[in-house]
Write a protein that binds this ligand. Structure first.
Ligand code: CA
Length: 212
């Protein structure tokens, strides 16, 4: 029993978590840092996306609190590149209230939770705690957001089949196979249109736009 309890306390997320906070508003960052540190977590604060990328590469953390509007870009770009590289780090987005597009896009890109500003420090701490608990009890990485069901020639988004044309399917499947890599238009054309010589770069652009 003693060992079991020791093990439990060792695994308790509140004991060990290191949280990266990416937020450019000093007042909000102060409030968030205070709320998180009060729970016993270590907080590293970054103001720039560029700085957060360096922190993530150098310093392992258990959770990212992510603001979206940042001086050197959009927070969703960081989320997108994390997920494209297979990184399942729990991400909680902080953003302006009523920004439905950012909220929906963020969740579709693989954010784990979303908290509109202004937020209550207690609610932030509670949501972070829930995410850390979930991450610590999830033995395997979170399931891929997009799943290529090659035999059925269909792509699932969180278990839901996407309504795609045959070309769109082949295009998306090609992108998923090379997730995180850059594809030329010629490669995409080849993957989705094969020997159909009437298709052009414009065709690829149009289809990619539809997929987006
Ligand atoms: Ca901001």
């Amino acid at each position: 029993l003693h060992l079991a309890l020791a093990g439990l306390s060792h695994n308790s997320p509140s004991m060990t978590a290191h949280i990266l906070l990416l937020e450019d508003d000093p007042a909000i960052a102060r409030t968030a840092s205070y709320a998180l540190q009060r729970e016993g977590w270590t907080v590293t604060h970054s103001v720039l996306l560029q700085d957060a990328r360096v922190q993530l590469a150098r310093n392992p953390c258990q959770l990212l609190v992510l603001d979206l509007g940042l001086p050197d870009g959009h927070g969703l770009d960081l989320l997108r590149s994390l997920r494209a590289s297979g990184n399942a780090l729990p991400v909680l987005i902080l953003s302006a209230q009523n920004d439905e597009i950012d909220r929906v896009l963020g969740l579709e890109l693989g954010a784990d939770d979303y908290l509109p500003k202004p937020f209550s420090p207690r609610e932030l701490a509670a949501r972070v705690k829930a995410l850390l608990r979930r991450a610590s009890t999830t033995p395997v990485a979170a399931p891929a957001v997009l799943l290529d069901d090659a035999p059925g020639q269909r792509v699932l988004l969180r278990g839901q089949v996407l309504d795609l044309t045959r070309r769109e399917y082949h295009l998306l499947a090609c992108l998923l196979r090379g997730c995180g890599r850059i594809h030329s238009r010629a490669q995409l054309l080849d993957a989705a249109w094969g020997d159909d010589s009437t298709s052009t770069d414009r065709t690829v652009d149009t289809h990619v736009k539809t997929l987006r």
